[in-house]
Design a protein around this ligand. Sequence first.
Ligand code: SER
Length: 338
Amino acid sequence: MRKRVIFITGASGEVGQALLRALAQNPQNQLLTMDLHPLPPELRALSAHVEGDLLNMRLLARLVSEYEIDAIYHLAALLSTRAEIQPEEAHQVNVEATLQLLKIAADESQWRKRPVQFIFPSSIAAYGLPDRATKAHFQRVREFEWNQPRTMYGCNKLYCEQLGSYFSRHYRQLAVEQPPTIDFRSVRFPGLISADTLPSGGTSDYAPEMIHAAAQGIPYACFVREEARIPFMVMPDAVRALLLLACAPRQRLTRQIYNVTSFSLSAAQIRTRVLAAFPDADVTFRPDVKREAIIDSWPADIDDSAARMDWDWAPAYDVDRAFSDYLIPRIKERYTRP
Ligand code: SER
């Protein structure tokens, strides 16, 4: 008998660590995690962890022979800045590995005669506005608008949203036998900010980097100009969004890809909040025009009314609560802990 598990890829990453903690709170969840890197020591008891590459087909085949996969949270990805530096590698990790996992989910669904759930975090990077004037004009975009990404990562996410939808509706549509269906659900996240971890290789990283640097008394030069603006969300809300979407009754879902967001801030507004908490912080602006152009192509805000309507999504942390109840106290504690 294979052991039934929830499978989390990219588990050592920012969202992965937070999601693993949350899923492990329910003792009924048996968790299988995978990442190129080990889990941090404090999380190691929470799952069976496999250190390895998702592109290693033999390894994946071995996992499927040992485990019956109930649900997949596929978080592994190269983020937007890193993907511009290594676009072909990004395509392999972000697209080809996703295709393999979708196929595994489809095979498992057919074998079990029940759809495997496939939860896929997508991104604001799936949008691409052509210039600052257009961004100023279209303040809050809906899921189907401006889907012309300018980054490899954005292209990868947008395509994998489509691949997931295809696998859940039309995969093997010409086969004689009943085609397998998977239960594919995706959220498009804004920039994410965690108090416990720092991102690497993203373009929205200036926000968490600024706050964490200030808390440590390290000078920070922000790589976008003061007016650059995108929406953000704190990590507990990101995890809640994934879990709420996973729990939503399927018949209530009117789409497979949903925007979720919390607050929209310019880089200058983030600095103001950082200075209110850390008055001696040394935060300056030294824009990197190329990374800033990526931020300028992402919308100033996204419209998440479909998620609010269909599965009662609402962030628990608005901007005030995000800073006063989560980011500032927790980051302060993190850097003063002996
Ligand atoms: N945070 C991601 C990045 O900056 C966007 O989803 O790449």
